[in-house]
Design a protein around this ligand. Sequence first.
Ligand SMILES: C[S@@+](CC[C@H](N)C(=O)[O-])C[C@H]1O[C@@H](n2cnc3c(N)ncnc32)[C@H](O)[C@@H]1O
Length: 194
Amino acid sequence: MSYKHNDFYAQKARKENFAARSVYKLEEIDRKYKLLKKDFFVIDLGASPGSWMQYTSKIVGDNGMILGIDLKPIEVKLKNGINIQADLNEVNMQVLFDKYKIEKKADAVVSDMAPNTSSNRFTDQARSIELCMLALDTAKRFLKPRGHFVCKIFDGEDAMTFRDEVKNNFEECYTFRPKSTQASSKEFCGGEVL
Ligand SMILES: C[S@@+](CC[C@H](N)C(=O)[O-])C[C@H]1O[C@@H](n2cnc3c(N)ncnc32)[C@H](O)[C@@H]1O
């Protein structure tokens, strides 16, 4: 399968100074589900290079905050953003909350985390599910009641198991494939309310 580097959304992202084309997925989800609001505190998992943080930063404004975590360095520097380079498997979120004097739970937890893809789609999907479970666990511990959780997942049989897990924990649960998702990609996103 070929990956189109120079597609419409990649060019649009460059023109609009976003760090990645992924921004248009979050924008679409936000428009559809009214996810983000002014003054929100948002935890962004798998945040590098930083386009979701850039988008969120504008919406939450100066009194809002985004805590971005990624294995790789987050390239964007935002005055309402905290960039953490770490593996979410190893990060102690409570220590981060204490370090940055964060005293409230998040209004939204968003995860665009994705494994490095291999030639084996079953392996990729299993890794994607592991990351989703990690994101869900973070949401369960650090999201406020009625907060929102968005999670990207690679489609496949196990995705339905993950969806059921989300349904058991949230009042509402939706699955959605943004238009800007690559045609060759197996991913879709869920938007949920705790
Ligand atoms: C599609 S990219 C995210 C793009 C980002 N949302 C943006 O808008 O710029 C997926 C990211 O998930 C990160 N990731 C994968 N496993 C992770 C883990 N265990 N902990 C933290 N980040 C992880 C990868 O390093 C990668 O940067």
